[in-house]
Structure formats: C-alpha cells, structure tokens
Write a protein that binds this ligand. Structure first.
Ligand SMILES: Cc1ncc(C[n+]2csc(CCOP(=O)(O)OP(=O)(O)O)c2C)c(N)n1
Ligand SMILES: [Mg+2]
Length: 410
C-alpha cells in the first residue's frame, strides 16, 4: 500500500517471538542431491543460482545422493562422527564448568558441529583459518589436545595464552588456527590479507575466513570482498548463518539480498549455499572451494545454513527472544543424528556402538578435564604469572612498560 506523503520506517521482524509457534516455512529446502556440482573453473556468472539454493547430500533416509556425494570413505566418516561427538561432549562439560564457576565464560557449538569439523578436513597442512569463537571443531578435528583448550578456558598456569585472552579464544599456528579476535569481522580482512601475502610470495597455502550472519553487517566483511575479488586471493570466505546474532534474527543483517551467499555475486565471487548440518555436503563444498583457491581461481563464498541450538554464550538466555521449541522445528535436523543414521545405513555403525562411543568420549573429556584442573581453574590453583602480561607484544620492552613491571614487583 503506497500512502502519498507519509514515509514509513522499515524494520524486519522475525516470523515468531517467544510464546509463538516456530515457523520455518520461509526456508526453502531443495531435495538432497538436486543441486549440480560445477567444474571448479566454472564461469561464476553461470552459477548464480547456487547462491539461492542449498547443496545437500544426505537425504531423509540417511542416504548420500547426488553429484556432491562420494568423496569420503567409511573410516573418514566415522572419524568425522567422532569429532562432532567429541565437540558436543566437550561443550557440555565446559558449559557445566562455567556454571560451577571454574571459568568466567563459555560458548557452545550445539547444532553447528558439522561446519567446523567437516571444513577442517578439506584443508591441507599449513593452510590458515581466521576463526571466530564458534569453530572449535577446527581444532578438535585437527587433533589439538583438549587439555590445552581447557587450560586456556580456565586461564590456569598451563594456559598457552597466559590468561591474556577471553576463555575459548584459542590460538595455534601449528594447527592453522589464527588467534581469535573478539572484534568480529576482523577475521575477514586478515584472512584476505594473509591469502594475498601467500600468493605474493608464491607459496601454496590458502586461507579460510570465518564470520557469522550478524557480523556480515560490519564493513570489514565488504572491504574484504573487494580485495578478495580484485586480487583473486586464495581464500575461502565462510559465512555461518545460524539464524541468530545473539537476540537479533538473521533478517536484519541479510537485509534485502535474499541470502548471505548472494552478497558475493556483486563482487563476481562464486557463491554457494550449503546445508550446514550435513557433514558430507559441508566437506564436499569446502573441498571444492579450497581447490579453486589452490589452483589460482580465486575466492569462493560459502554460506552454511544451520541453526544455533544453544544460547549465544553462557551470558545469554534465548527464551527472551525466540520460542523455546524453535530448535526442534529446524528443518535441517541435527548434524550428529544425520551422520549417525547415514553410517548405520552404510552398515558400518549401530545404535549400540553409538551409545558406547558416547560413553567413551565422555570419559576422555572428563580425563582431560581432570588433567587441566590439576593446573588450576579461574579461582583455584595455579595461575599465569603477572609478569606474563608484560611480555609477548614487543620484541624489546619499551621503558614505560619496564617501569610498570618494576612497580608491580614481578
Ligand atoms: C565488531 C563487533 N561488534 C559487536 C560485537 C558484540 N557481539 C559479540 S557476538 C555478537 C553476535 C554475532 O552474531 P553472528 O555474527 O551471527 O555470530 P554467531 O554468534 O551467531 O555465531 C555481537 C553483536 C563484537 N564482538 N564485535
Ligand atoms: Mg549467527
């Protein structure tokens, strides 16, 4: 309705609010196996549709179907399942540790485990991720010790970052995991810059940038796309659309573009949407994008369509802004349940083995936790030295810091 002379301010609203019935009828889900798999050197102008569809491999019956299927062996898939189960178990224990006051803060991955676990397996040694706080699966799937992650979460005497980072903001050069910055979207410009440097020095390593749906509203995201597209930087540009940015629904940052993947089209960047709760689809698309980067074909933007089942962080209460049962209504299911079903369907897994694996994994996580707690927790046991806070920034400590250190007597 067009009223002459009266302007209206438009603010997008989510379909439902607390108390309402969850409604995902606006999420169009193509059949598994129905989206084509183009050659990696395809002309981006011919695959614009992929920014508006969803690449899926696992169908409702748990079968792997279509052109994106068939890349992973039984053993690789079993390993993938174990990684996702480990991350879920790790999350549950650390969330509990936060409630027990052993750390100040925690952020879970519940429902999004496939994204980071499967993506890690598409990279090669030496490649570098520029992650946010919800991609710990990159470390778990690369064999980074859980004890070290816990030491960081507890800021204890064995914390490799010596208590100088917020809990869960890990860093490991060896595992291709760039130090997390709490300032969101900085990951994008850093990843593109790192990728450009890799190309300038004729290296073979590629970068992966990570961002959430909400953070794509930051200008760093857009600046990064300009540089990535102009210089064909060897980078995979990941957008994890988990439907929420704390209490803000994804429609705010998405604006009128239809999908987050569509943001890449204006830059001429091949842009794909993938079912983020489908381990096989995530891996296949990540592999496709990584191969393009490595073959000098430039950046690819990938939107993972998923759902944040847990709270944003240990400081958040989602019942204030979305219906309680919304996660149950999410039409793409649970990534662990779906891979489990596929493996049973393949004849290499069973309910009994799954239950047994769950118990074994929990035992491993608890053993790691015990070991980490021997080095201290937030309010008990060993702590990093106050001296550490003066170190690690300057090669040569400037006089004013030396003076402060002397005043502190450390
Ligand atoms: C530049 C910047 N602005 C705001 C914040 C505060 N903040 C922390 S998390 C968050 C929501 C991010 O949502 P999204 O990008 O969708 O990621 P998700 O938490 O869903 O994984 C905000 C606004 C921040 N950390 N950095
Ligand atoms: Mg989000």
């Amino acid at each position: 309705m067009a009223d002459a002379g009266m302007l209206r301010f438009h603010v997008p609203e989510p379909e439902v609010r607390p108390g309402g019935t969850p409604d995902f009828s606006d999420v169009t889900i193509p059949k598994a196996g129905s989206v084509p798999r183009p050659e990696i050197d395809v002309d981006p102008r011919t695959i614009r549709d992929l920014a508006f569809s969803i690449i899926r491999v696992l169908n409702r019956a748990g079968e792997a179907v279509g052109p994106w299927a068939g890349l992973l062996s039984d053993d690789e898939l079993l390993e993938g399942l174990r990684h996702m189960m480990t991350l879920r178990s790790f999350d549950a224990r650390m969330q509990m540790a936060q409630r027990q006051g052993k750390t100040s803060f925690y952020m879970q991955h519940l429902g999004e485990e496939a994204v980071s676990c499967a993506f890690r397996k598409a990279l090669a040694p030496g490649d570098m991720n520029f992650p946010t706080y919800r991609q710990a699966g990159l470390l778990i799937a690369d064999g980074y010790p859980m004890v070290t992650m816990m030491n960081q979460i507890y800021s204890n005497e064995a914390d490799p970052l010596k208590g100088r980072q917020l809990p869960i903001m890990y860093s490991s050069k060896e595992h291709g995991f760039f130090s997390i910055s709490g300032n969101l979207a900085t990951q994008y410009i850093q990843a593109v810059g790192w990728a450009m440097a890799s190309a300038i020095s004729n290296d073979s390593k590629i970068a992966a940038a990570w961002i959430g749906d909400g953070s794509t509203a930051e200008s760093d995201f857009h600046s990064a796309l300009v540089f990535a597209s102009t210089y064909k930087a060897p980078v995979v540009l990941n957008v994890v659309n988990n439907q929420w940015a704390i209490s803000t629904f994804q429609g705010i940052a998405r604006g009128g573009s239809g999908t987050f993947a569509a943001r890449g089209l204006g830059f001429g960047i091949p842009s794909l949407r993938v079912d983020g709760n489908d381990y096989l689809a995530v891996h296949a698309v990540a592999k496709w994008a990584a191969e393009r980067a490595r073959k000098n074909l430039g950046p690819t933007l990938v939107e993972y369509v998923t759902y944040r089942v847990g709270a944003h962080s240990s400081s958040d209460d989602p019942s204030a802004y979305r219906p309680k049962a919304e996660s149950d209504a999410w039409p793409l299911g649970d990534p662990i349940v779906r891979l489990k079903k596929h493996l049973i369907q393949r004849g290499v897994w069973s309910d009994e083995r799954h239950t047994q694996a769950e118990a074994e994994i929990l035992e491993t996580v608890i053993a790691a936790q015990r070991e980490a707690e021997r080095h201290g927790t937030l309010h008990a046991g060993g702590k990093p030295s106050a001296r550490d806070m003066f170190e690690g920034v300057y090669a040569e400590m400037p006089p004013h810091l030396r003076r402060q250190r002397q005043q502190a007597g450390v």
